[in-house]
Design a protein around this ligand. Structure first.
Ligand code: UDP
Ligand code: MG
Length: 341
């Protein structure tokens, strides 16, 4: 019987405290999967952590031969770290899991069951979010609904990156090399058969969330600009509306001057019109700027991430991307970039 391969990809940034706790949970789940005809492996991606995360990964790998480790040259952000991890999964399916224990690994067998039923994208949908402020919950709620209205790409509500991707979904995702990676949107963009598995989202096991309000706001901007051009169109509509109003008001001024003469007055009106239009124009310019800036960054065609060290494990690909680095050193000094294909 051919065993189905499965790689659990975990991106971690300063998660030294929680990683060992999480690993014990994942390892227990992998044992169960192994008994169920799956060949599981684990891929930890260190997203340029500044604490002992890389060392913690080393300790885990020393004790568990299923663990592969990848270290990026600096902190590239969760989306790039996940991309780096998924790029290395050459065979079988992949499960994406947060390093902080908010996504329960115990759900993976259920994901696998759905995958065996033929689904390509099995994602966890949060029923509740423990340990998060009402502000974060409310803004997340609003954001997911807004995205659904703005974008033609189906983006399931209350769904994070916690999911299983089938081999062909992974292959599809690998073809999408845009720099501004709004992963939730990309998962939706590739299509295929998808199904939700509801779960309770726990609080972090420890440490702090890396996403403060400002980062979340930028993340939301990323989502909107990556998957919708509605804001650009909005500028057009505001412009058309203002022009129509101006036309009506102009007519009224002419008629008024013809009937009652034209005593010079109306400084307040003039000021408010000028200020309003000035403000509207600056906003529209800002919106264009958001898109233009992204266009600029895409056009530079830089690699999405750079690898500092890559230490493969049997289950995870050993060929790509930097053969020279699989020497068992913790800090492979060759800093090879991964070519975008
Ligand atoms: N993460 C990462 N790189 C970053 C920020 C976060 O790899 O630059 C990882 C982090 O270690 C965690 C996951 O992304 O495994 C989710 O981060 P976090 O828990 O801080 O986000 P939240 O759950 O609060 O949205
Ligand atoms: Mg978290």
């Amino acid at each position: 019987m051919t065993r189905e391969q499965l790689t659990v990809v975990v991106a971690a940034y300063n998660e030294a405290d929680v990683l060992p706790i999480l690993h014990a949970r994942i390892a227990a789940v992998l044992d169960r999967l192994a008994a169920d005809g799956v060949a599981p492996s684990l891929l930890y991606v260190d997203d340029g952590s500044r604490d002992g995360t890389w060392a913690a990964m080393g300790e885990l790998a020393a004790r568990d031969p299923r663990v592969a480790r990848l270290r990026l040259s600096r902190n590239f952000g969760k989306e790039a770290a996940l991309t780096a991890g998924l790029d290395l999964v050459e065979a079988g399916a992949a499960v994406i899991l947060d390093a902080d224990g908010q996504d329960p690994p115990e759900l993976i067998p259920e994901f696998v069951a759905r995958w065996r039923e033929g689904f390509d994208d099995v994602y966890g949908t949060r029923l509740e979010r423990e340990g998060e402020t009402w502000l974060k919950r409310a803004s997340a709620h609003a954001f997911y609904r807004l995205m659904q209205r703005l974008s033609k790409t189906p983006i399931p509500v209350d769904t994070g990156d916690f999911r299983l991707l089938s081999p062909r979904a992974l292959a599809a995702l690998r073809q999408v090399r845009e720099r501004h990676r709004f992963m939730k949107g990309l998962f939706g963009w590739i299509g295929y058969e998808r199904i939700a598995v509801p779960y309770q989202r726990d609080a972090r096991l420890g440490g702090r969330s890396k996403f403060n309000f400002w980062r979340l706001w930028n993340f939301a901007l990323e989502g909107v600009t990556s998957f919708s051009t509605a804001p650009l169109r909005l500028a057009t509509y505001v412009g058309v509306g203002a022009a129509l109003l101006a036309f009506g008001y102009g007519l009224w001024i002419v008629v008024k001057a013809l009937i009652w003469g034209d005593p010079v007055a109306g400084w307040p009106t003039m000021m408010s019109v000028i200020l309003f239009l000035g403000g509207a124009q600056l906003i529209a310019l800002g919106v264009i700027g958001e898109y233009l800036g992204r266009l600029y960054e895409e056009s530079k065609q830089r690699p999405l991430y750079l690898v500092d060290a890559w230490l493969p494990a049997p289950g995870v690909s050993s060929g790509a991307p930097t053969k020279a680095e699989g020497r068992g050193h913790d800090h492979g000094q060759a800093t090879a970039g991964i070519e975008d294909s």
